[in-house]
Design a protein around this ligand. Structure first.
Ligand code: DUC
Ligand code: ZN
Ligand code: ZN
Length: 461
């Protein structure tokens, strides 16, 4: 089957030009002006932008918080409708199992045959034993060339101390495995949380007040120092605040291999959303907490200046019912908010349309760079012959508002409700198969494939 997409504005991470793309089977066969080829189907993309399918390197379809679990891969059509064709999922190590074993079992039970998006995995260390650290060197062969540790969340089974982070860094560096950390100071958070609760401050707003920017800045600086000690690269996930960006910037200026991403919600939302009435603020409880408008501006600038190298979603779908677990105590509100489907349209609307980033920069942060970071850039994140035909045809003429009724996130709210949206994914192709048509999802459950990542991603290059 050959499909020819004609006369669209093709956007790569370097430039944009008017042209055609020929898909043959699952791959991009050719790109150019006025391709003179026979095709089974010809799509006129005049007036549209053609982007590579997005790669979201930070998703939680299986996050567990105090026994509550997020919606799973049966809701990954929400990724596709938002132009993301590959997600990389964090999988918490199960007690009594190794990292590779955990991911393989998780894939079989929860992902394979269910996912609508192509996928890969980041194992998360929860059992910091010598055996676990030794297992890190087996990750590249299995195709998961990264490992994550949570410096936050004291008392939870997935919390890691500095010793664990350092051991992971020491073990990962020769194997080309990228160590990712969620950097927040767990002790400081606990101290502030206890004080807030003792003073009777139980509502969601205190989630933000007890995780101020300093807890992230301090842990980011510490993580960088642990990497400096281990002489290993490090990747800081969901950077939200000026102090943390500055720590990364300073390390880069010293020549250290330190990298970081931010997420859509930290670019668009601020902590006042947690003050919404009727416990609605709980929907905006994620960690790190939402910050202030100044931080948002600094994050946009940091993308522009190259201090941060990706924008992820940190997609994490808990329902309002699940959030109610923390009705009387904000510490029990499951952390996380959905947002995969909004990542591209919000970056377009609030980044490209406002001139904060260019279209090629958008492609870099939402597709190409996350593909390189995770060693899948031989197949994903680019529009070029030989690559998987993961393609978005973006219609920039649509103007609408984000509404729950249009959402596929599987829960009963969206954190971008009422936000203006410029443009939408008119068509999406996943390995050559059309899975969005006329802005509607038309794919099938189980169409997603595992993507094997290669070691020595960006952090090592
Ligand atoms: N933060 C969240 O908000 N959700 C999932 C995990 C995390 O660290
Ligand atoms: Zn995190
Ligand atoms: Zn996360």
């Amino acid at each position: 089957m050959k499909t020819l997409i004609k006369d669209g504005m093709i956007v790569t991470s370097e430039h944009e030009f008017k042209g055609d793309i020929l898909i043959e089977g699952t791959k991009i066969e050719a790109i150019g002006r006025d391709l003179r080829v026979e095709a089974d189907e010809v799509i006129n993309a005049e007036g549209m932008y053609i982007l590579p399918g997005g790669v979201d390197q930070h998703a939680h379809f299986s996050f567990e918080f105090m026994g509550e679990r997020t919606k799973g891969f049966e809701t990954t059509n929400s990724a596709i409708i938002g132009g993301t064709t590959t997600v990389i999922e964090f999988v918490n190590q199960e007690q009594g199992k190794g990292l590779v074993e955990t991911v393989e079992d998780y894939n079989k039970e929860w992902v394979e045959g269910i996912s609508m998006v192509d996928y890969s995995f980041h194992p998360v260390i929860t059992n910091p034993t010598e055996e676990t650290f030794k297992d890190i060197k087996n990750l590249p062969e299995a195709g998961y060339p990264s490992v994550k540790l949570f410096m936050a969340y004291k008392g939870q089974f997935f919390h890691s101390d500095d010793e664990a982070v350092t051991n992971a860094l020491l073990e990962a560096k020769d194997a080309g495995v990228t160590v990712m950390v969620h950097a927040e100071n767990a002790d400081l958070i606990e101290l502030m949380q206890k004080k807030a609760i003792a003073e009777g401050n139980t509502n969601p707003y205190y989630h933000a007040l007890t995780r101020p920017p300093i807890v992230e800045t301090e842990a980011t600086e510490r993580a960088i120092n642990l990497a400096r000690f281990a002489e290993a690269p490090i990747y800081i996930v969901h950077v939200t605040t000026k102090g943390a960006v500055d720590a990364i910037k300073k390390a880069k200026e010293e020549g250290l291999p330190v990298f970081g991403e931010t997420c859509t919600q930290y670019l668009l939302l601020d902590k006042e959303y947690l003050a919404k009435d009727n416990f609605e603020g709980a929907n905006f409880v994620c960690s790190p907490a939402l910050r202030d408008k100044d931080d948002q501006e600094y994050l946009w600038k940091s993308l522009k200046d190259g201090w941060l190298n990706a924008v992820s979603s940190d997609h994490c779908s808990f329902t309002t019912e699940q959030k109610k677990m923390g009705l009387d105590d904000f510490r029990k509100i499951p952390n996380g908010s959905p947002g995969l489907e909004n990542r591209l349209p919000m970056l377009w609307t609030y980044g490209v349309e406002t001139g904060k980033i260019t279209r090629p920069e958008l492609v870099e942060y939402y597709a190409a760079s996350p593909a390189r970071n995770n060693g899948i850039d031989h197949k994903k994140g680019y529009l070029a012959p030989g690559y998987d035909a993961d393609i978005v045809i973006y219609n920039p003429h649509v103007k609408k508002k984000v509404k729950l009724e249009d959402s596929l996130n599987g829960v009963d709210f969206t954190i971008y409700e009422g936000f203006d949206q410029v443009g939408e994914c008119d068509a999406v192709f996943l390995r050559g198969t059309q899975v969005v048509k006329d802005a509607k999802y038309i794919g099938e459950q189980g169409q997603g494939h595992f993507v094997k990542g290669k070691p020595f991603g960006t952090a090592f290059r």
